[in-house]
Design a protein around this ligand. Structure first.
Ligand SMILES: C[S@@+](CC[C@H](N)C(=O)[O-])C[C@H]1O[C@@H](n2cnc3c(N)ncnc32)[C@H](O)[C@@H]1O
Length: 387
């Protein structure tokens, strides 16, 4: 199958067991309404949208599915809980991997999606998967404890049920949002602490239900203005003050630090108060109303009072710079540039991210680079040098 050959070549899939599962489970059965080349293509396939046309369910891209299965380290006989059944495709792969001695339970929020997942699983020969309609934030206690819990929707928090239903030494794999940055984090349970074994970049449909927490959108330059700040984790922001930042001339500070795909820099800057993601209008940049950001769809940024700074690059994308607007724009740009130089001096892109999660009531550790208190958990992020 070309899809699997390619995933092997890209080294997204390295284990023979996962390769076998991807070859065995017929992906097209789970997305019956699209042509075969789309079912076996490399993009996610959206299957359900809400009344406003926003995607609420999909089958994830095969690269994401294969990569997550690699992170999950499943063995025959494992008891697995999946949150977000979607089409049922991933549940079928899980069932293949755990074999006859294991068990898979999958929970889906949407009743219509649950029904189609159940039907597709039966049609594909995986009718022994338990498919439940409910809010996955509560897990599924009836079949607990689980050796593995895999969440296939974006989560902002780790609710108590996932702790309670995960066996000690078990793995929880979750696309976790931290200051607006989502990563699939494989967390191993060690008593009262979850410690990351692997962390990968990703993007996911957000979780609905009791654990749904939206980011705050703050416009600069009025509604539908030229900049939109996405602010996570309830950080306090003076929307009125920062909304006028573009009334001040912009300033750019060059860092002398080479441009690199900034996976780790994201987290390094996320440790600054006021970290946010900045979305910018292309039209405004093309017409000289603002300096083009590093990425129009979301560059790292920092706000402080009535000022905002965001990352930019020079024309040949060889150097990182910081652009800022607002009454204290120059000072803020210098502060952010200083952090970037500091990042470069301690290892830059050669660093790795480690994540530790504590239950909020019992949390003691706060010595990370970035400590985020959620409703149920404290997330501690550290950047460490690669070995
Ligand atoms: C990316 S899709 C999952 C893909 C799926 N694993 C597959 O193989 O097709 C995310 C799913 O999570 C579901 N979801 C969102 N919030 C949920 C919640 N609180 N509990 C259970 N499912 C949820 C959505 O309805 C959607 O079907």
């Amino acid at each position: 199958m070309a899809m699997v050959d390619q995933l092997r070549e890209w080294k997204v899939v390295c284990s023979e067991t996962i390769e076998d599962a991807l070859r065995a489970v017929p992906r097209h059965v789970f997305v019956p309404d699209v042509p075969l080349e789309k079912a076996y293509g490399f993009d996610p396939v959206v299957t359900h949208r809400d009344a406003e046309g926003i995607a609420i369910s999909s089958v994830s891209a095969p690269g994401v599915v294969g990569g997550m299965l690699e992170q999950l380290n499943i063995r025959p006989g494992c008891r697995v809980l999946e949150i977000g059944a979607g089409t049922g495709y991933n549940a079928a792969l899980l069932a293949h991997l755990v074999g006859f001695t294991g068990a898979v339970t999958t929970v889906e929020y949407d009743a219509a999606v649950t029904q189609s997942a159940r039907e597709a699983l039966t049609k594909a020969g995986y009718g022994d998967v338990t498919v439940v309609c409910g809010d996955g934030a509560f897990g599924w206690a009836d079949n607990a404890p689980y050796d593995r819990i895999i969440v296939t929707a974006g989560a902002w928090d780790i609710p108590p049920a996932w702790w309670d239903q995960l066996a000690d030494g078990g793995l929880l794999l979750v696309p976790l949002r931290m200051r607006g940055l989502t990563r699939t984090v494989a967390l191993e349970r060690d008593g009262a602490i979850l410690r990351s074994r692997s962390v990968k970049e990703c993007g996911f449909i957000p979780m609905r239900g009791v654990c749904a927490v939206a980011e705050q959108n703050v416009w600069v330059g009025g509604r539908d203005g030229d900049l939109l700040l996405r602010v996570d984790d309830g950080q306090p922001i003076d929307a009125e003050a920062v909304g006028g930042a573009l009334d001040h001339p912009g300033t750019v500070v060059w860092t002398g630090v080479p441009f690199a795909m900034p996976e780790i820099l994201d987290f390094w800057l996320a440790g600054m108060d006021g970290f946010c993601r900045v979305l910018a209008s292309r039209d405004a940049a093309q017409n000289g109303r603002l300096v083009a950001p590093m990425f129009f769809w979301g560059s790292m940024g920092v706000f402080d009072g009535g000022s905002v700074a965001y990352l930019t690059t020079n024309a040949d994308m060889s150097e990182l710079g910081v652009c800022a607007y607002g009454p204290d724009g120059r000072e803020l740009a210098n502060r952010v540039a200083g952090r970037i130089r500091e990042w470069d001096s301690v290892g830059g892109p050669r660093m790795k991210v480690r994540v530790e999660v504590h239950q909020i009531d019992a949390a003691s550790s706060s010595d990370g680079w970035l400590v985020i208190d959620k409703k149920h958990s404290r997330v501690v992020v550290r950047t460490v040098p690669t070995a």
